[in-house]
Design a protein around this ligand. Sequence first.
Ligand SMILES: CCCCCCCCCCCC(=O)SCCNC(=O)CCNC(=O)[C@H](O)C(C)(C)COP(=O)(O)OP(=O)(O)OC[C@H]1O[C@@H](n2cnc3c(N)ncnc32)[C@H](O)[C@@H]1OP(=O)(O)O
Length: 259
Amino acid sequence: MLRRAVSAFCYAAARAIPALRQRNIALPQLPFLRASLIPGLNSDYQSVTLSWPFSSFRPRDYSLPNPSWSPQMLRLYNYYNNLCEQDGEGGKKEIGPWIRLPSYNRTVKYATGGQCLSKVLQAKARLFTRNIEEEGAAFEYAMFLNTEEKAAVCVFQAGPLLEGPVGNLHGGAIATIIDTVTGALSIYLGGLVVTANLNVNYRSPIPLGSVVLVHAALEKMEDRKIYISCQVTSSDGSKLHTEATALFVKVNVGHLFER
Ligand SMILES: CCCCCCCCCCCC(=O)SCCNC(=O)CCNC(=O)[C@H](O)C(C)(C)COP(=O)(O)OP(=O)(O)OC[C@H]1O[C@@H](n2cnc3c(N)ncnc32)[C@H](O)[C@@H]1OP(=O)(O)O
């Protein structure tokens, strides 16, 4: 049980710590996932201070630009990425409220000592949205968090392997990217969470190959529950493609290993 708990901490930390490191924050002093900065959280689900539990090996960050990205995708990425650094006094760069979330294709694999899955499963496990190696084929996306507004934006380019109705994006793929973005925001706000409810209204089709924006924002937090709203729009914001609401529930690490 102890080994499982350690693995689960590594799992969550592997997702959150790179973003904190990007902000040059001294990790050992940090509350885990900054959950304690959010008022009103149930103390059972609050912060745990972690030391750096990983080897020096850094896996590929899939949210960085690659040759498959269209000029529009790159322009939007650069726009939000530039918001992550603000000009301070004397032209010095300062960290602003925006942070870019790195994105890896594994969870426990690159945390040292991960033993919560069998070794065979662990070696094969991949994050659903990052399991196709061919660049541009499926989910190309980068996520940015606004820590002051408790909101997130994802720049998403939909690849040809995500087809549903002819020439358009599959509804399950749309739900997947919504779950990912709202989930990332909830993890940032609340630590270890799972999706309890996802309610999706599809308003207009999303053409394959197009670039869209996924906006997510915190609506409210009640005890263990985190309510997030989400809209998928065209890249200029003029067309609404999808609206959603999501409920995430904070869980203890043991919950993930109940069989
Ligand atoms: C930076 C990294 C980037 C990383 C970027 C990647 C992010 C990916 C994120 C993906 C996230 C997923 O897909 S997660 C995978 C899909 N989800 C799951 O498998 C979850 C399966 N469901 C469960 O495990 C469970 O049902 C729970 C944990 C949701 C709830 O069980 P529980 O712990 O026993 O709690 P329970 O008492 O039932 O519920 C707690 C409170 O929530 C309410 N509640 C529970 N379920 C619901 C519901 N469906 N609809 C409404 N309300 C609900 C209850 O009424 C209660 O309210 P009150 O009485 O307190 O008022």
